[in-house]
Design a protein around this ligand. Structure first.
Ligand SMILES: [Zn+2]
Ligand SMILES: [Zn+2]
Length: 322
């Protein structure tokens, strides 16, 4: 059932049998130059795994979306945030891949890390797309649809799979940040897509018991498997330990890197366990736990956030005041 015989440890520090790739030293969103920044920054991790990031000039969330190519199908994970306009940039990437591989079309599965608007905003445009080069197989970010498509028997205890042709990804339900959160484990690269559940930033926790259980299931699932990187959906943390950017920040000079090691999940779990079931805000070195259910977050915080967004947007075309 597996195309990979990888284990968590390799006998030599030679990279093992994982397909290698690189991440950029920095993303365009560290710059305050909306005239220059493309709607989507395209980064080729390796020839069959592409990471795209939305411009900060269209939405401060500037999420990442992920595109995997197998021999038979491609799979897009997430469709961007408000005003993202992902489709044209995506079509260009897929067409370039097809040209490089001497092909004319590949079916494209469109799925999601979770149902929040900053990762599903581009759904409608992709569902309406009629491009023979990339016929869309759309999987809505809903529990039943995810169970059916990925073959998950019991949500959230069991895992599912998707085979793109010589490339199997495992699908791990991780509700807690949201109802329909899922993680993906790509056996070829050892990359884990951890969504909004784990990334360098504020980990908003909607359902605390579910979140803790999901983190622990993800730890258990990855135990014994090689994990090259956890790749989440946002960067909100600076490269300075314990320091994030205020909510709503567009440009983020000196960002924390996107990739995190599996060990960060252990640190997160340790922090959650120490809360003994009582959620509280807590800053760790590379991320913070941020309960977001009823009773968390003050009106003053919400106003400060709005003010920050408005101030930054007001000067987004003014390069003298980055
Ligand atoms: Zn979210
Ligand atoms: Zn998000």
């Amino acid at each position: 059932m597996s195309v990979s015989t990888a284990v968590a440890q390799f006998p030599q520090p030679d990279g093992g049998n994982l397909e290698r790739g690189t991440l950029p030293a920095r993303w365009y969103s560290e710059d305050a130059k909306c005239m220059e920044i493309p709607e989507w920054q395209v980064h080729e991790y390796n020839p069959n795994f592409i990471i795209m990031r939305q411009s900060p000039c269209t939405d401060y969330e500037k999420p990442f979306v992920f595109l995997f190519f197998g021999k038979e199908k491609a799979m897009l994970v997430d469709t961007g945030s408000r005003n993202g306009n992902l489709t044209p940039a995506l079509q260009l990437v897929v067409k370039n891949w097809l040209t490089r591989n001497g092909r004319t079309s590949i079916p494209l599965i469109v799925t999601h890390t979770h149902e929040h608007e900053d990762h599903t905003w581009g759904d409608k445009a992709l569902q309406a797309l009629n491009d023979p080069a990339m016929p869309i197989i759309f999987v809505p970010s809903e529990v039943e649809a995810s169970k059916r498509f990925f073959g998950i028997a019991n949500w959230p205890r069991d895992t599912g799979q998707i085979d793109l042709g010589g490339r199997v990804l495992d699908v791990i339900p991780i509700p807690g940040h949201s109802k329909v959160s899922i993680a993906f484990y790509d056996r070829n690269t050892g990359v884990v897509l951890s969504g909004d559940t784990m990334y360098p930033g504020r980990l908003y926790v909607q359902d605390f018991p579910a979140f803790q259980a999901s983190v622990e299931r993800l730890i258990a699932f990855t135990k014994g498997k090689p994990v090259a990187h956890l790749l989440g959906n946002h960067i909100e943390e600076s490269s300075t330990p314990f320091l994030d950017y205020p909510v709503g920040t567009m440009y983020q000079p000196n960002e924390h890197e996107l990739a995190m090691p599996r060990g960060e999940l252990l640190e997160l779990d340790e922090a959650l366990v120490a809360m003994h079931g009582t959620p509280k805000r807590e800053a760790l070195r590379d991320f913070s736990v941020w309960p977001s259910g009823p009773g968390f977050g003050s009106a003053a915080e919400r106003n400060a956030y709005k003010k920050n967004v408005e101030e930054q947007r007001a000067k987004m075309w003014d390069q003298t005041k980055p």
